[in-house]
Design a protein around this ligand. Structure first.
Ligand SMILES: C[S@@+](CC[C@H](N)C(=O)[O-])C[C@H]1O[C@@H](n2cnc3c(N)ncnc32)[C@H](O)[C@@H]1O
Length: 321
């Protein structure tokens, strides 16, 4: 069985997708013990390390056929209105952001030691705007990798969620077919519990949206964001599941009266592609963070399958730079 390393493995969306594609995740590492505990609970056959991956002697890690890495995206993402500083400011900053972005260098450090035949990296799309992104990509090329950059949306991979993320596929001498697949759409209604929630007894932040619902008995997605509109759950996917805050709610008119509830963590986990028997460790807020951080399982499954197919048919140029 082909082996994979999952760096910044979190709760394990990436690992779960790789396992579904037939990979054995030999090792997973992350600095957050709660996420590692979740990963361990769901894949006890994987070696787990709680590590700050900016400070690792990569010789202590095993060599595997595939490296998956999801470096921290916190300081690339511009959610919440955070703006990118000018390039000259960004280059000089020795702040938390620079240290957080530097987690991406773990990919190059590990690749230099292990010469993985294939590397898959996930991050937010804004990773492309990072001042050092071209240099980072050149680092992989200098190690002998051909690179391909893709922006993939979870909704095209069997998820009931709109979630665009950046993926970099770096391979050495492999011909990986990354032609976008055509998968049937899954709507939010497919993953929602039937519970309509409580009858709305007072004005809510989303009441303007609820007032626009004119179809009885059909759950609608209402979002705790300005200018949001209600959307029929049987025709739409959820907005992106995030690691913090609670923005997703569902509203249904039952017997002429509006009902409303927030989405559960389990529903969010389903939108990320986790089966209901996937267990999460931690408080509700910690579980939410792990789920919101995860790589959509369906995307990891597809990418893992594509790389496995290429590895299965081709001779590997092991350790040839
Ligand atoms: C995008 S999430 C990974 C998601 C994971 N691949 C999944 O599918 O569940 C990034 C993870 O990196 C972890 N992380 C951030 N900085 C780190 C560091 N310096 N060392 C190790 N892990 C770090 C975070 O705790 C978070 O769990």
């Amino acid at each position: 069985m082909k082996t994979a390393t999952d760096l910044f493995g979190g709760a394990g969306g990436s690992s779960e997708g790789l396992r579904r594609a037939g990979w054995h995740v030999a090792i997973a590492a992350n600095h957050w013990p709660t996420a590692v505990a979740t990963h361990q609970l769901n894949d006890p056959d994987t070696e787990h390390r709680i590590k700050d991956l900016s400070e690792v002697d990569w010789r202590t890690f095993p060599s595997t056929d595939l490296l998956w890495a999801s470096p921290s995206c916190v300081w690339h993402a511009r959610s919440g209105g955070r703006k990118r500083p000018p390039a000259e400011v960004e280059r000089l900053r020795a702040d938390a952001g620079a240290i957080d972005r530097a987690t991406a260098f773990a990919v190059i450090e590990a690749a230099e030691v292990h010469h993985y035949p294939a590397i898959l990296v996930e991050n937010v799309v804004e990773f492309l705007d990072w001042t050092l992104f071209p240099w980072w990509l050149d680092g992989l090329r200098a190690l002998g990798y051909q690179t391909e950059t893709l922006v993939l949306d979870a909704k095209n991979f069997g998820h009931a969620q709109n979630r665009k993320r950046l993926f970099v596929a770096a391979t050495r001498g492999l011909d990986v077919d990354l032609t976008a697949p055509s998968m049937p759409a899954v709507t939010a209604a497919d993953i929602l519990d039937p519970d309509p929630g409580k009858e709305v007894a007072r004005r809510l932040y989303v009441s303007d949206q609820i007032d626009q619902i004119d179809t009885e008995g059909v759950p609608h997605l209402v979002t705790y964001r300005r200018h949001a509109r209600p959307r029929r759950a049987d025709r739409h996917q959820l907005a992106t599941i995030t690691a913090g805050g609670n923005h997703h709610a569902v509203a249904t008119i039952v017997d002429g009266r509006p009902h409303h509830r927030m989405l559960t963590n389990r529903e969010c986990a389903r939108a990320q592609g986790f089966d209901d028997d996937y267990e999460f460790v931690g408080t509700a807020a910690e579980v939410k963070r792990q789920i919101g951080n995860a790589v959509p399982v369906g995307i990891a499954h597809w990418l893992g399958s594509r790389v496995a197919a290429a590895l299965g048919t081709q001779q590997l140029p092991l350790f040839a730079a």
